[in-house]
Design a protein around this ligand. Structure first.
Ligand SMILES: [Zn+2]
Length: 279
């Protein structure tokens, strides 16, 4: 019997707690040293107030101070500052991969979360998120229609996310990963990975090609914390693939642009220059 999304959404709202707890536990399994002793908040977008929901533009999001913004909503579950993500739950087959994608953002950062600036409070953070969520016609910052499709999903992000994927596959292979019990057939990790990072969405080479270029690094570093990985130089093949992808994209992108648009594009690229062209 196949369970449909409508069946799942018809379940009592408490039902949502279980998969959320499972995904939190699973993310901890993937990065045990990184998340040790730190609260990790996975929040389902459909449970947020309507004015925070941005159904049209993102499957999930995170920011270094998102937990503070969500503090009221987290309520009794609040255990102090910690990394947070919001994920949509209605696009079921994407729920799990979206959480994995957002975990990549958490672990690519220097710190799992940022201290609030002296003039910021949980309330100002919440207002900021609400305003951002309420924006209609938000121009996507990344993805096929963005000016720079791989914006904020650059080489360092791809590497971290591939390490997570490698670890997830190892756990999955033991047959003991399953997060959603009877719903697992809708969640197949292996079948949907193309949306995780790299690939067509970001106008880069396929995710498996990047995985291949990492060689045995994910295996060698499977028990290392992520700062250790970030502080190690990636394999040359991986760097070359990235550089070739970016230059290839740039050559194509600039072909259709006039001078003004080209300047705009270069300005945009410059903002992320060290991320796009790291050492
Ligand atoms: Zn992202």
């Amino acid at each position: 019997m196949t369970t449909t999304v409508a069946d799942l959404l018809a379940l009592p709202s408490d039902w949502i707690r279980e998969p959320v707890q499972r995904i939190e536990a699973f993310l901890r399994q993937l990065a045990p040293l990184d998340f040790e002793g730190v609260p990790l908040y996975v929040v389902v977008e459909q449970e947020l107030p309507p004015h925070w929901q941005r159904v049209a533009t993102a499957l999930g999001y995170t920011s270094p101070t998102l937990d503070a913004a969500l503090q009221d909503h987290i309520g009794d579950g609040w255990r102090g500052r910690g990394p947070a993500m919001v994920v949509r739950f209605d696009v079921l087959r994407h729920f799990y991969l979206t959480a994995l994608h957002e975990a990549g953002h958490l672990l690519e950062r220097e710190a799992l979360y940022d201290e609030l600036a002296p003039n910021e409070t949980a309330t100002t953070e919440a207002q900021f998120i609400a305003e951002w969520a309420a924006c209609e016609n938000v121009v996507p910052t990344s993805g096929p229609t963005a000016m720079v499709p791989f914006w904020q999903h650059e080489r360092a992000y791809i590497r971290v996310t591939l390490h997570l994927l490698y670890r997830a596959r190892q756990i999955e292979a033991t047959g003991d990963a399953w997060l959603f019990g009877p719903y697992e057939e809708q969640m197949g990790l292996v079948s949907n990975v193309s949306m995780l990072c790299a690939g067509e969405t970001y106008q880069l080479s396929d995710i498996e090609r990047y995985m291949g270029a990492l060689g045995d690094e994910p295996k060698r570093m499977a028990d290392q914390p992520f700062p250790e990985i970030r502080n190690t130089k990636p394999p040359r093949a991986f760097c070359n693939l990235w550089r070739r992808d970016v230059w290839g994209w740039l050559c194509k992108a600039k072909a259709g642009l006039d001078r003004g648009q080209m300047n705009e594009l270069l300005g945009r690229l410059q903002e992320r220059w060290p991320y796009i062209f790291p050492d």
